[in-house]
Design a protein around this ligand. Structure first.
Ligand SMILES: *[C@@H]1O[C@H](CO)[C@@H](O)[C@H](O)[C@H]1NC(C)=O
Ligand SMILES: *[C@@H]1O[C@H](CO)[C@@H](O)[C@H](O)[C@H]1NC(C)=O
Ligand SMILES: *[C@@H]1O[C@H](CO)[C@@H](O)[C@H](O)[C@H]1NC(C)=O
Ligand SMILES: *[C@@H]1O[C@H](CO)[C@@H](O)[C@H](O)[C@H]1NC(C)=O
Ligand SMILES: *[C@@H]1O[C@H](CO)[C@@H](O)[C@H](O)[C@H]1NC(C)=O
Ligand SMILES: *[C@@H]1O[C@H](CO)[C@@H](O)[C@H](O)[C@H]1NC(C)=O
Ligand SMILES: *[C@@H]1O[C@H](CO)[C@@H](O)[C@H](O)[C@H]1NC(C)=O
Length: 439
């Protein structure tokens, strides 16, 4: 059963925090015995004062110890009281620590457990999942991969309720920006929300466009709720250029990415309520230098610049843009970290073996940790009012959740993208739990 293999008992269960009161008390009383000779030599007055002194000293120590112990009990009890019985049974040690709600627990540190509430929707009845992500429709037979939910170790995320979330998002504008992973999350969010919509015809793409891999802009409107959920394709988040006489370098340079200039389309991102970014999968040698695409800052080419350094520069440009352009009182900005892939190397070729169950330990593609670290680092050091949506570790467990050969064309094998319903739904659950915790 999925539950048994995945629901890891919290590592903290071996940490016992009961304070050990016996040794200091024992030490105190043996000290008193050694003072016995005083009785036989001293006058009554001094005997009484010494006794009183010692007695009050013991009294003070005992009171202090008692207070410590008592306060500890109160604190533990009040945390227990706010939790259900089942939580007490499952996780008593974690609750005794100071983490009980999403607001103060690391929601990105957890495990995947079996859930009766999942999948949250059916891709075959939601018009907004593209065929390539609908693994069941493309022939996948096992279904455990759709029945898992993310459980942070220190708390629980609220169960997703489409009606309640739609109410919260009434009159709002949600914008996703990034590569195909953003598009997947965008599709996932629309399908999750459509569960709470009575008339599916009231949900439509505003320009009548269908979903495609290269389309630059898609906007789905939930008419009843005056809500739009939009996607902008911008894989580097930056403005791209062609090689011009002023910046012309070696012949191999065919196009450039301007590290100091955000994508022109960025002006359309600002007046939004929720803004979710990602970038990373296109920052590879194969997609950049191999195709003749190099970095540029100002008018000068940066031919030798390492990709990770350029990625950091991009984030700094992005961070300055958020600070100077986005009204973060209104707009909640998220940056999603790198989604790990599960390709393996065999005999020089890349192999994609999709498993039926997640892995016991998070093991994704190496690059993911480095890129995610840079994202987190820049956002923290530049004090950007943005939330890092750290999905790297949670995705690293999910060797079972990729598309594999259940894409639209079975010739394409894919260990990077995820089936829908699946992992991207959990990213959205985290977004919603974040917004709930804020209010
Ligand atoms: C416990 O929580 C309180 C308030 O929620 C916080 O001020 C305090 O720092 C926390 N203590 C620890 C040890 O995390
Ligand atoms: C993401 O979360 C995991 C699990 O809590 C943690 O190990 C990792 O350091 C985090 N990464 C970043 C970039 O914050
Ligand atoms: C999804 O809907 C289709 C079409 O109605 C149906 O055939 C299929 O059994 C459903 N799948 C699940 C997992 O419920
Ligand atoms: C979902 O939210 C709606 C509106 O807040 C509420 O009426 C309904 O009871 C909730 N459903 C569940 C299963 O909690
Ligand atoms: C829809 O929401 C926008 C804000 O996003 C608001 O300006 C507009 O008045 C709303 N329209 C209706 C019909 O409520
Ligand atoms: C930023 O958004 C808040 C909340 O919507 C609004 O009250 C404020 O006027 C906005 N500030 C600017 C400069 O537009
Ligand atoms: C897809 O992969 C599975 C194992 O992952 C294999 O059993 C199946 O035959 C493959 N299907 C095709 C069409 O290659």
């Amino acid at each position: 059963m999925v539950n048994g293999t995945l629901c890891r008992t919290p590592s903290s269960s071996s940490r016992r925090t009961t304070p050990n009161f016996s040794s200091p008390r024992g030490g105190g009383s043996s000290g008193l015995h050694r003072k016995h000779p005083i009785w036989s030599h001293a006058g009554y007055v001094s005997v009484i004062s010494v006794t009183l002194l010692v007695a009050s000293f013991i009294f003070v120590i005992c009171s202090l110890l008692y207070l410590c112990f008592y306060r500890n009990l109160i604190q533990t009890n009040s945390l227990f009281d706010s939790k259900s019985d089942s939580d007490r049974r499952n996780n008593p040690i974690v609750l005794a620590e100071n983490v009980s709600t999403v607001a103060d627990c690391d929601i990105f540190d957890g495990s995947w457990i079996f859930s009766n509430a999942h999948p949250l929707y059916n891709s075959s009845t939601c018009p907004f999942t593209e065929r390539g992500f609908n693994c069941l429709k493309n022939g996948r037979k096992d279904t455990d991969y759709m029945r898992l939910r993310w459980k942070p170790h220190g708390c629980d995320i609220p169960q997703f309720n489409a009606t309640a979330v739609l109410e919260k998002l009434r009159g709002k504008r949600v914008v996703f920006v990034g590569d195909s992973m953003s598009r997947t999350q965008w599709e996932s969010m629309i399908c999750m929300l459509m569960i709470g919509v009575e008339d599916p015809r009231s949900v439509y793409e505003v320009n009548g466009n269908g979903i495609s891999k290269t389309i630059r802009f898609l906007s789905v409107r939930f008419q009843t709720f005056n809500l739009t959920v939009e996607f902008f394709r911008s894989v580097y988040l930056l403005q791209q250029g062609v090689s011009t006489p002023t910046n012309r370098g070696p012949k191999r340079v065919r196009s450039t990415i301007k590290l100091d200039q955000l994508d022109d389309v960025s002006k359309s991102w600002v007046n939004s309520d929720i803004l979710i970014f990602n970038s990373g999968h296109w920052w590879t040698y194969k997609k950049l230098f191999y195709t003749g695409c190099y970095f540029q800052v100002g008018e000068s080419l940066k031919l030798g610049l390492p990709i990770t350094t350029a990625f950091r520069t991009m984030l700094q440009t992005w961070a300055s843009w958020v600070k100077s352009t986005v009204n973060t009182t209104r707009t909640h900005v998220f940056f999603r970290t790198f989604e790990p892939s599960h390709w393996s190397e065999e005999g020089g070729g890349k192999v994609c073996d999709v498993t039926e169950q997640p892995m016991k330990d998070p093991k994704g593609n190496d690059q993911s940790e480095e890129f995610s670290g840079i994202i987190s680092d820049v956002i923290t050091s530049m004090m950007v009012p943005a939330t890092v949506l750290n999905v790297t570790s949670m995705g690293a467990y999910r060797s079972d959740a990729h598309i594999g050969n259940w894409s639209y064309s079975p010739l394409v094998v894919d260990c990077s993208h995820w089936c829908l319903p699946g992992v991207p739904d959990a990213w959205n659950e985290l977004v919603f739990s974040h917004l709930t915790a804020q209010n």
